[in-house]
Structure formats: structure tokens, C-alpha cells
Design a protein around this ligand. Sequence first.
Ligand code: GUN
Ligand code: ZN
Length: 436
Amino acid sequence: MTTLHGYRGMLLDYAGDPSHNADAVRLEPDGLLLVSDGKVFARGSYSELAAAHPEAPVVDYRGQLIVPGFIDGHVHYPQTDMIAAYGEQLLAWLERYTFPAERRFRDPAHAAEVAEVFLSELVRHGTTTALVLCSVHPESVDALAGAALARNQRLILGKVWMDRNAPPDLCDTAESAYADSQRLIARWHERGRLRYAITPRFAPSSTPAQLEAAAALWREHPTTYLHTHLSENPAEIDWVLSLFPGRESYTDVYDHYGLLTAKSIFAHGVHLSGAEVARLAQARSTLAFCPTANLFLGSGLFRYPEIREAGVSVVLGTDVGAGTTFSLLGTLSAAYQVLQLQRYCLSPHHGLFLATLGGAAALGLDDVVGNFEVGKEADFVVLDFQSTPTLRRRLAAPADVDECLFALIMLGDDRAVRATYVAGSLAHALTPPAGQ
Ligand code: GUN
Ligand code: ZN
């Protein structure tokens, strides 16, 4: 006998990419989402579904928007406590702020404490799936994976590899990174909702031997992911070309060592040439678009229109701590502005699609999350159009759903996230939900 739980509100999700096909927008103004055993049991109009399932208790979110949980395609949990660090661009920022913060994750107690804070911050901002870099210490993966498993939060995570150009006490070796990652894959990959990502930090901090070892490990475990940074900052790119003489481009370095795969996610890709973009498309790799981080570190503007046109799949990333918010709403607001500078209008539905089903597809998870298809995991967020005085006034006059959604994207933040449900369980609530 299944136990059904219902959630009543304005339901919005996508059957596909709404920028290609407007019919992909699925809006149920007075909708009901029925959940059973942590999965979507049914979605539809309240009047029909409630009559068919009178036994289901219903939580009343009328007047609020229920959307699939947000997907953060690139975020660093050891950087939680050094978000908003002043005054540097990428390479100096890494030396001055990032490495000292990550050094502390050698201590399992510190890692465990930050892991809890980080996972709470994700759900407080409506994020239910994240692709996460840990520190170089395997203990940092154990801390986050253990905490996420206990909370049933969906994560893809991995230990960072770096065997050069980092402080000596933060360096591993090709052999130790391989062995540690192999153990971590055995311990965590496909356990509950966890997946593993083999994570060389970026080309400058790995020797050729280490990049080769990362690719070899992935070939032995092709259901895992490969996750790294690519072409974020001009000084970084010059450095890569000097460290790997003979390689045509930054992308060619990863390609040469076997790291361009359909399971590869590269963060940033701000300064890619047309040839690099074409090669990424051919390899079916994914780029993580991290607009707040690209602005914060003065890295540049992600050329989304061109990259999308070339057929590269894209996921949004907050990239905290270079990113300035855990919020995918805030990230979409920055994305909108970055694209305005390129004379491209990111529609609110296109944006929300990227933060949900589009991100899920880019991470190869659209068979389990991303929308309210029956049988998918019931990760969802309740968003409040009235969460601030500014939003209330902006939406005081009658507005259609596109306008409401756009205002929410531009003006909303963690205060707009009334509740977050993870596999059907309440993981965060601003105020206790009301029964009906
Ligand atoms: N490139 C290499 N490491 C990092 C990092 O921690 N953050 C960002 N934004 N870029 C990187
Ligand atoms: Zn990053």
C-alpha cells in the first residue's frame, strides 16, 4: 500500500527546451503534485487529481510556484567560508585565499562541520543536485559524501588532484591521487544518490603524468564523471600553453591526455576559440556557465549564444567561493546580465529550464531528476512571489507567469525559497508548511 502526499500550488516544469519548442512549458495554475516513496506519482490539475486521490493529505502552497529542484553544475564546498574574498583575479586569488581555506580540510572535524553547513546552504537556496569539488584530502570527500548520504541529497563529488604549482602540503602525486580516488569510487560512487567525479583541479596544477592517470582511472570507471576547470582567465591560459609546449590550446591539453569525454564537465570556458568549442561539441563534453564567478574574478563573459549554437551542452554553476551566491536565482540574474552585454535575451523559461531539466540533461541525470515526470525523484522547490517588499510591489499589478518568473529570477534569493523537498522529504522550510 503506497502512501501518497500531495502538494498544491502553481506547478511549472519543462518537457524539453522551451527556447526550441514553446510547447515544452508545462504550467498548471492550480496544480497538484502527488508523491509516493520519494518519487513523482502524478502531476496535474488539483481538481482532477484530488478527486481521484481523496486519501492523500495535501500541503497547501496556493499562490506559490512549485518547480523542480535547482541543479548547480559547479561548486566548491571547501570554499564555503571564503566566499567574497577581496581584490584578486584567478591565480592570485587561489594563492591568497583558496589554498589556505582548503588546507583546513585535512582535519576531518572541520570538513564535517563545513559539509553540514554547505548541504544546508544548498537546500536553503533550493538546490537539490550539485556537482561538487572537495579538497585534495580524501577525508574531505568522506565528510561530504557521508553527510549527503544521511540527508539523501543528490551529489556528484570528487577529491581534487594537484601534484604541482600548489603549496607542497596540498600536493598529492599521480600515484596517490589515482589510488585515493579509486578507493573513493569504490566507497561512494552510485551509493544512494551519490556519484563520483574524478577531479584534476586544472591543467596548471597537474603534471602530464597526473592528467594521464586521471584519464586512465576514468576509462576503468566510465560511469564516473571527469570534472575540471578550463579557459577561465587570460593569465591562466598563457601559463597552460607555457607548461604544455606543443599543445595548440588549453582544450587540446585535456584532449591530448584523454580527458575530453561525454562524461566531462569543464567549468568556465570563457576564452575558448571556435575550434575548441567545436571539439568540445564533438566530444559531447559539457561546459559549466558560472556567471557570478566570471564577473567576480573579472574573468570575462561566457559566450553562451555561440556555444549553444555549436551544440555544446551547458549547465549553470554557482562556483562558490569565486561565485558570489549559492542561489541559482541569483546565478540566473547574473547570466541574464552577462548575456544582455552580448545582445542576447535569456527568457525566464529558458533560464529556469537551464537551472532544472537542462542542467540535469547536461549532467546525464535527466532520467532521474529535472522535471515532474512520473517516476522521477521528487526533488522540488516552493518559490514565493511575495518574499520581499520589492517583489510584492513589482508584482502588485496583474502579471502573466512569464513576467512573474522573470521578476523572481531578477529579484529573488534565498528568501524566495519557501520550502525545498529532497526525494519527497522536507529538507528546508522558511515557515512550517500548512496542511489542508
Ligand atoms: N581554477 C582552478 N581552481 C579554481 C577554483 O578553485 N576556482 C575557480 N573559479 N577557478 C579555478
Ligand atoms: Zn570552480
